[in-house]
Design a protein around this ligand. Sequence first.
Ligand code: AP5
Length: 212
Amino acid sequence: MNLILLGAPGAGKGTQAEAISAKLGIPQISTGNMLREAVKNGTELGLRAKAAMDSGALVSDDIVIGILKDRIAEPDAKNGYILDGFPRTVAQAEALDEMGVQIDKVLEIHVANERIIARMSGRRVCEKCGASYHIEYKPTTKPGICDVCGGAAVQRADDAPETVLSRLEVYEEKTAPLKDYYWETGKLVTVEGQEEVADTTKLVFDALGING
Ligand code: AP5
């Protein structure tokens, strides 16, 4: 199954992608995680992406399309994958079509902006493996320590309140048009993100026809 997860920053795409990945045994492919890894490692690509990411803007289409194309060609993606954070512009969606990728479903997670802002302030992400937590809704077992790998769970630089607001504006302008793009293909399904992670997961699994 090839899936796309759509939704505003902080809607819960990464959280639900992890749950789907565990359930179906297909990889979560997060362009945000790949870009953060490149920034952390100080690669040329990371240096080109960093300023845009820090300000809440999108990284250029050519950079992101390039890393996505390489990633979906890897062996673990041959039986399907979950695209988390890609495509984010109509140009990226068209590039995916041009690559000949067949998408089975596009799942939009909708959450009101006020709730998103509250969620982002509590998000913590493992510096080492990228696992995502929330201090209230999905806390680490030991404060500040990743349950998966023992790395430090820290706040993301782009989760500062003013950056979150500009990311939401960018989403409305550049990414929300993808809802129409995929609605026309008949593949778009929307779920309302719930207060509890597990409740959203149930809606997501139902929408994808995966037994819980
Ligand atoms: P990216 O990493 O993709 O960030 P994003 O889309 O802004 O999404 P987030 O990771 O912020 O949120 P999410 O929806 O995954 O929510 P999460 O599950 O973590 O991109 C970062 C940057 O990289 C972009 O700004 C851009 O610069 C660049 N970039 C990436 N892809 C690009 C592309 N294709 N083109 C151009 N540039 C690109 O949940 C959020 C929090 O809420 C967590 O703490 C979580 O625990 C909690 N939570 C989740 N679900 C629930 C729930 N149901 N109830 C309560 N809490 C919940």
